[in-house]
Design a protein around this ligand. Structure first.
Ligand code: ZN
Length: 122
């Protein structure tokens, strides 16, 4: 193993970016499949469900689909930023987003601090 002493800087290595890109592709596929399943369920099974349960299930499905679409849009935006070489910067404060955060949430648009501020605003 060839450990370079550049770890203190917040820059990401080519391997980091490749791992994040793979992660984003995986998430995109997962969300696309999830949306497909939700759509299939909505068209094929609605009539088969008990009426009493159907309403709440549809509501759950609508929420699931909405959040899946939101994540999918975020993931696609992150892939676009990666292609354009402007990935990893916070959209609010313009500072680089911590590597550890991107490893957990590769599609993050904001650094931890700005994300907390945004959530507190809601
Ligand atoms: Zn920020």
């Amino acid at each position: 193993m060839n450990h370079q002493i550049v770890a203190e800087r917040n820059t990401m290595s080519a391997e980091d970016l490749a791992a994040l890109r793979a992660n984003l592709h995986e998430q995109r596929l997962f969300r696309q499949e999830q949306l497909q399943q939700i759509t299939d369920a909505a068209t094929n099974r609605t009539q088969a469900l008990l009426d009493r349960r159907a309403a709440s299930q549809i509501e759950v499905r609508v929420k699931l689909a909405a959040s899946a679409r939101m994540v999918l849009a975020d993931v696609e935006a992150a892939l676009t930023r990666m292609d354009q070489g402007r990935y990893g910067g916070c959209h609010l404060c313009r500072r680089p987003i911590a590597r550890e955060r991107l490893m957990i949430v590769p599609q993050a648009r904001y650094c931890t601090r700005c994300q907390q501020v945004r959530e507190a605003d809601r």
